[in-house]
Ligand binder design. Structure first.
Ligand code: CP
Ligand code: NVA
Length: 334
């Protein structure tokens, strides 16, 4: 069998996901509390990681590139004007060629089938760095952030002890939501999604999210509504993302109209009945329409630790775990 790939959080078991988050947390603590700072693993020494980005990126590029460097490897950034990624050459040809020269591909694409095609034909692991359908590296960082903000009520090897928490997603049903929702189901966290009519979760994606419950003893549940206040009721964490994802720029006017009333404000949170100590999360980049400054820059907001956690999610143990178990497959001791 070929290498293992990370296309979505759907690809990792609850125990593997828990291990990725715990490892990221442990490494973050160890590096930050040691003087001089611990040197990180050399797990990627002499290895080149091709970072193929057909869209802009601040956090994913910087965190992944820094993580590979910190692990002793060489990150090779290949932007959309540098290589033939889906342009002037088939993805098959690109994948076979690049995987013959590197140890891992990290790819940011439009249609999910592009990164899936790269993975299908690659002889090395492929990590999805955002497609139109999923953003798994974001979800690992988001659960590290939740784990830090809500210390475990119980501990176990196949969950983070977050059972009983409720996340409210207010806004567009997009790539970031889909993997977050899969993570929530696997970790026993309920997730309520409020999106306007026409911007809900497609049925096939809903099926995939709900199927993440298989084999989980107390899975989180997915709820959907068109009413933000309903989703917010009793939520511990309010989350949103831009209403206009990369590639949807031409729909801006239509979307701004459709999402009117969905901006996260203190007043909306209060009206909806969020829990008293509610927190706010956003993967960034942020636009002002989806969340008011009074929330985004408030003490409730976890957005900057969440962004920093992209590094810890990508670095060292967690990244090399992804890397190792994609190469060695099945029997890595997690
Ligand atoms: N959150 C995130 O993926 O940001 P970038 O698009 O800047 O990488
Ligand atoms: N939903 C956004 C996320 C960016 C990290 C987009 O796809 O543009």
């Amino acid at each position: 069998s070929g290498p293992r790939h990370l296309m979505s959080i759907a690809d990792v078991s609850p125990a593997e996901f828990t291990s990725l988050v715990r490892n990221a947390a442990a490494r973050k603590t160890a590096v930050k509390s040691t003087q001089p700072p611990l040197s990180l693993t050399t797990g990627l020494a002499n290895k080149t990681v091709a970072m193929m980005f057909s869209k802009r990126s601040t956090r994913t590029r910087v965190s992944t590139e820094a993580a590979v460097t910190l692990m002793g490897g060489n990150p090779m950034f290949l932007g959309k004007d540098d290589i033939q990624l889906g342009v002037n050459e088939s993805l098959y040809d690109t994948s076979v060629v690049i995987s013959s020269m590197t140890s891992c591909m990290v790819a940011r694409v439009g249609p999910h089938s592009d990164v899936a095609d790269l993975a299908k034909h690659s002889s090395v692991p492929v990590i999805n760095a955002l497609s139109d359908d999923f953003h798994p590296l974001q979800t690992i960082a988001d659960f590290l952030t939740i784990h830090e903000a809500f210390p475990a009520s119980q501990s176990g090897s196949s969950s983070l002890g977050l059972e009983g928490l409720k996340v409210a997603w207010i806004g567009d049903s997009n790539n970031v939501l889909f993997d977050l929702a899969i993570g929530c189901v696997k970790m026993g966290v309920d997730i309520s999604v409020a999106s306007p009519n026409g911007y809900g979760i497609p049925q096939t994606m809903k099926d995939l999210i709900n199927s993440a419950a298989q084999g989980v003893s107390s899975p989180g549940k997915l709820f959907e509504t068109n009413v933000p206040e309903e989703a917010i009721k009793n939520a511990d964490i309010l989350v949103t993302d831009t209403w206009i994802s990369m590639g949807q720029e031409s729909e801006k006017k239509k979307r701004l109209e459709a999402f009117a009333g969905y901006q996260i404000t203190n007043e909306l949170a209060k009206r909806g009945g969020a829990k008293e100590g509610w927190k706010f999360m956003h993967c960034l980049p942020r636009h002002p329409e989806e969340v008011a400054d009074e929330v985004f820059y408030s003490p409730r907001s976890l957005v900057f630790p969440e962004a920093e956690n992209r590094l810890w999610a990508a670095v060292c143990e967690s990244m090399s775990l992804i890397y190792r178990y994609m190469i060695l497959i099945s029997d890595v001791d997690l």
